[in-house]
Design a protein around this ligand. Structure first.
Ligand code: NDP
Length: 285
């Protein structure tokens, strides 16, 4: 039976350490600040923004929340971001995605200064990740790497399969695994015979967004399974991309949904914000 990777507890430990760091910084007159920009009233986005604000409060980070009208003109949103880029109290800027259709997501994300891009989505930060010289890395993939680290498993030489190739999860986590010397296979909707690929995985990262698509009997004995998927069933239950019950009989380690990757994403956002504050304060470069 697999060990359950307790993302909640690991995130809690991270946040406790960050709290101490923030206290230390405050003693030196540096109070980390995170600006969260929400456009419109997408219910899921509202929940995420609220959770981010709560985490800031717990850790002692200044949280600046901007809720903008769903019809805001692109020019106006760009102006708002430029104001935040120039605001010394704001060390990190996050624009909650998805944005309404009339806004050019790429253009908006590129407007955030790479030095304040705590979501790690700016092309400069993605490029730095590609060449192995990261500044800010996307939070969910970073959280996944911390969970893997917590298992104590050596990643070098392992066969890792990443199911999903989004810019926010699949691609960046594949790069991070590669930098740790795993041999990485990236799968997507056009991949043939996913089952056979998964069966060979010492490490499986499931980031597809389809409930229980990855069958428990595909999991290699003693594999480490990280389930990023968050899928709500018709009965309201939240489940991952992996058939958990069956998979846990074979895996050595597995994350639950909820309580696995999710809590780590916010902890990593807090981490990036504290790092941004350090970088932007003299004496911490
Ligand atoms: P996307 O929808 O952007 O990407 C899904 C990926 O899965 C795509 O690359 C797609 O392939 C691939 N895919 C779809 N169907 C199949 C299939 N049948 N076989 C193989 N691959 C397939 O999703 P995200 O990356 O944004 O998110 C993935 C999941 O993770 C979601 O459930 C999301 O809610 C969750 N998530 C959780 C977070 C957390 O903090 N826990 C944070 C972010 C996301 P193709 O590219 O060919 O279309």
């Amino acid at each position: 039976m697999a060990n359950i990777i307790d993302g909640k507890a690991i995130a809690r430990r991270f946040k406790d350490t960050l709290k101490e760091e923030v206290n230390f910084l405050k003693g030196r007159s540096v109070k980390p600040g995170l600006a969260v920009v929400l456009v419109g009233d997408n219910p899921a986005s509202l929940v995420y923004v609220k959770a981010k604000g709560k985490a800031c409060e717990e850790i002692g980070i200044n949280s600046f929340q901007y809720t903008l009208h769903k019809d805001i003109a692109q020019k106006e949103l760009l102006w708002q971001i430029s104001e935040l880029n120039n605001d010394a109290k704001v060390h990190g800027i996050l624009v909650q995605l998805p944005l309404p259709d009339h806004l050019d997501e790429e253009l908006i994300l590129e407007a955030i200064s790479p030095e304040k891009d705590v979501d790690g989505f700016h092309p400069v930060n993605i490029g730095r990740l590609v060449i192995g010289k990261p500044l800010f890395q996307p939070c969910t993939p970073m959280g996944i790497m911390k969970l893997l680290e917590d298992t104590g498993m050596e990643l070098a030489g392992k066969d890792a399969v990443v199911a999903g190739r989004s810019n926010i999860v699949g691609k960046p986590v594949a790069l991070m695994l590669l930098h740790k010397n795993a041999t990485v296979t990236i799968c997507h909707s056009k991949t043939l015979n996913l089952r056979e690929k998964v069966k060979k995985a010492d490490i499986l990262i499931a980031a597809v967004g389809r409930p229980h698509m990855i069958k428990g009997e595909w999991i290699k004995q003693e594999a480490v399974v990280i389930d990023v998927g968050i899928n709500r069933l018709d009965n309201g239950k939240l489940v991952g991309d992996v058939e958990f019950e069956e998979a846990q009989k074979r895996a050595a380690f597995i994350t639950p949904v909820p309580g696995g990757v999710g809590p780590m994403t916010i902890a990593m956002l807090m981490h990036n914000t504290v790092e941004a504050a350090k970088r932007q304060s003299s004496g911490y470069r």
